[in-house]
Ligand binder design. Structure first.
Ligand code: HEM
Length: 479
């Protein structure tokens, strides 16, 4: 039966020369919804041609686990794309670099550097908590008229990454912080948007407004980060690393075993620092905003989190990471936010590095694979009423936390998110502190937030307004 299946090709959309299946992908739906729709017609595993590129789309968690975990090594490659090549100096980062011994070494170094500041030390927690205090003060000063919480949340998360990467903490309105936010925004608006230039690389030779904007943002980014890198090199000591840049510089000596490559270069260090912003700001701040949007739709969920906080923490002190075990419902709210609105609804494309298979069908090297996390997180066979925001689905009958096997917000396997523990720490501390200290409600007469969202590099909620009121004991925002 296996041999029979291997010989049967994956159901594929029609194609034309040069255009591939593009004429069948119109209609204006964002890719995650379009792929979910096509899965009804072609089955959960189907293929299409993005221009000349044969691409398999995975919509089911069992196939996703094959690609990411069971045969994760086979599918750990990344395709070459014009926009990401520009962004990463030809793949000197983690997320868009193809699989290689040097990439493995680089990823391990980044992972170890994150661990140095995360697990086992309270430094990361201190960094986040100081940003939490400023965010709370800023939101509470927003007054009783409705305001958009998004700029303050983005600033707070950007500040965490700035402190983690190069030990800078900025005050509200600081020119350098604004510059970081501006260039990051320019990048996320233009990168890997499924634009034609990433399908037909020759299109980069024609005038292209989006590519121009991307290049300009990269120039500003590189100027700022190069300055930080040079300052760090000049002041590096033998002592403990002060931040991620120090840790990367200290780890630069490693070379991939038996290889001819030059090891981790300054370009790799710079691209890693840049990626901490690119991958770490928009994802985390957007997840927080989605959860706030859902809390405005479900005030009873906000009440229940606040009850849990009052009973287990009180108002005399700030929440810290060691409280996580005492706040299971809050954890479920975070998980449900990431399930119902995965910020990365279609994962970064993977490529097959060798002959392999998915669902028993054989797959050739070079095949691109898109994992549609949206379909997996909304599959009615695995989630009861998948469109309903229901944090209780992450609790069992005894009130214990459960993690369903089709819940994969950070991916899995060799390409799993390197920032997962940092992201989880931030989501927990930001959300618990906000709800401990203040309540959110809609401005009088305002409609609840639109939950459709808009797809940029991540799936974002449309702007919405909140009214914030301090909870007893937290009128100043911090203790
Ligand atoms: C990759 C989710 C925060 C750094 C990914 C992937 C997902 C993801 C789904 C793709 C996995 C794949 O391609 O198979 C998230 C979510 C976040 C978050 C939901 C926050 C709520 C962060 C943070 C950082 C980070 C804070 C770092 C500061 C990365 C990197 C990769 C990645 C470097 C590429 C890994 C690789 O290709 O080997 N993330 N992420 N992420 N993430 Fe995150």
């Amino acid at each position: 039966q296996f041999l029979l299946l291997a010989a049967i090709s994956i159901p594929c959309l029609p194609r034309l020369p040069v255009l591939g299946s593009l004429p069948w992908l119109g209609g204006g739906l964002p890719p995650h919804l379009l792929f979910s729709q096509l899965a009804h017609r072609y089955g959960s595993l189907f293929a299409l041609h993005l221009g000349p590129h044969y691409t398999v789309v995975v919509n089911d968690h069992r196939h996703a686990k094959e690609v990411l975990l069971q045969r994760g090594r086979d599918f750990a490659g990344r395709p070459n794309m014009v926009t990401t090549d520009l962004l990463t100096r030809g793949g000197k980062d983690i997320a868009f670099a193809d699989y290689s011994p040097l990439w493995k070494l680089h990823r391990r170094l980044v992972h170890n550097s994150f661990t140095l500041f995360g697990e086992g030390t309270s430094r990361l927690q201190d960094i986040v908590l100081s940003s939490v205090d400023s965010l709370c003060a800023e939101l509470l000063s927003g007054g009783r008229l409705g305001f958009d919480p998004s700029p303050a949340v983005t600033r707070a998360v950007t500040n965490v990454v700035c402190t983690l990467v190069f030990s800078a903490t900025y005050r509200h309105g600081d020119a350098e912080l604004q510059e970081v936010i501006r260039y990051n925004d320019g990048i996320v608006q233009t990168i890997a948007r499924g634009g034609l230039v990433d399908i037909y690389p020759w299109m980069r030779f024609f005038p292209n407004k989006s590519l121009r904007k991307l290049k300009d943002s990269i120039t500003v980014r590189d100027r700022l980060l190069t300055r930080k890198l040079e300052e760090h090199k000049a002041s590096l000591t033998d002592g403990d690393p002060r931040d991620l840049l120090d840790a990367l510089l200290k780890g630069q000596t490693g070379k991939s075993p038996g290889s001819e490559d030059e090891g981790i270069t300054d370009d790799h260090v710079l691209m890693t620092a840049a990626e901490a912003f690119g991958a770490g700001v928009e994802t985390t701040s957007t997840t927080l905003l989605w959860i706030l949007a859902y809390l405005l739709h479900h005030p009873e969920v906000q009440d229940r989190v606040q009850k849990e906080l009052d009973e287990n923490i009180g108002s005399e002190r700030a929440v810290c990471m060691s409280d996580r075990g005492r706040l299971p419902y809050l954890d479920c709210v975070i998980n449900e936010g990431m399930r119902i609105r995965p910020v990365s609804p279609v994962l970064i494309p993977h490529t097959a590095m060798t002959h392999s298979s998915i669902g028993g069908h054989s797959v050739s090297p070079g095949t691109r694979v898109l994992v549609n996390m949206w379909s997996i997180h909304h599959d009615p066979q695995h989630w009861d009423k998948p469109d309903l925001f229901n944090p209780d689905r992450f609790l069992d009958n005894q009130g214990q936390r459960v993690t369903p096997s089709c819940f994969l917000p950070f991916g899995a396997g060799p390409r799993v998110c390197v920032g997962e523990s940092l992201a989880r720490l931030e989501l927990f501390l930001f959300l618990s502190s906000l709800l401990q200290r203040m309540s959110f409600r809609l401005p009088d007469g305002a409609p609840p937030p639109n939950l459709q969202g808009r797809l940029g590099v991540v799936l974002q909620p449309l702007p919405f307004k909140v009214v914030v009121t301090p909870r007893a004991g937290w009128e100043g925002g911090a203790k």
